[in-house]
Write a protein that binds this ligand. Structure first.
Ligand code: GDP
Ligand code: MG
Length: 163
């Protein structure tokens, strides 16, 4: 069976955009409004010759934003459990939010292998956010732009040890 990567992160950071880029089909719904991806999507990802199963989660999007325990018990938990590595996406332009910090805490408590990526980093826009993201405790984030296809080689390198 193919190794599995679960894309994790709060709404609107670009999880589905990255999924679509890696899978190459429009299997995941992308929308400006947070919460649009209703279901978990799976596909076969291709990244510089590397092949793996990828899960686009929306588990932090559907439930009452005030109810953290509720959010944590969604499909996201299941996806991380069955994944070889969690690809934790933050928005390099927005910087770290309280929900990013909650997700980071939860990933740590789940003891999941984590690769941190700061998306929307095209054109050096994400440098401040990327520095901020180091405080999440998963090391230096990989700077990517899912929309523009930047940082692919760095993402490949970061995932390689786990898949
Ligand atoms: P999700 O909620 O995490 O799945 O996020 P989406 O993939 O639905 O994307 C949310 C919004 O961010 C959309 O408007 C995307 O076009 C935009 N977006 C995604 N990736 C990038 C990127 O690399 N750069 C920029 N500037 N915007 C992006
Ligand atoms: Mg989505």
């Amino acid at each position: 069976p193919l190794p599995t990567v679960a894309i994790i992160g709060r709404p609107n950071v670009g999880k589905s955009t990255l999924f679509n880029r890696l899978v190459g089909k429009r299997l995941a719904l992308v929308d400006d409004r947070p919460g649009v991806t209703r279901d978990r999507r799976e596909g076969e990802a291709h990244l510089l010759g590397l092949e793996f199963r990828i899960i686009d989660t929306a588990g932090f999007e559907d439930e009452d934003p005030q109810s953290l325990p509720g959010r944590m018990r969604t499909q996201t938990e299941a996806a991380v459990r069955e994944a070889d590595v969690a690809l934790f996406i933050v928005d390099a332009r927005a910087g770290v939010t309280p929900l990013d910090e909650e997700i980071a805490r939860w990933l740590r408590s789940a003891d999941a292998p984590v690769v941190l990526a700061a998306n929307k980093a095209e054109g050096r826009a994400g440098e401040a956010g990327a520095i901020e993201a180091m405080a999440l405790g998963f090391g230096d984030p990989v700077l990517i732009s899912a929309e523009h296809g930047e940082g692919v080689a760095d993402l490949f390198e970061a995932l390689l040890p786990w898949i």
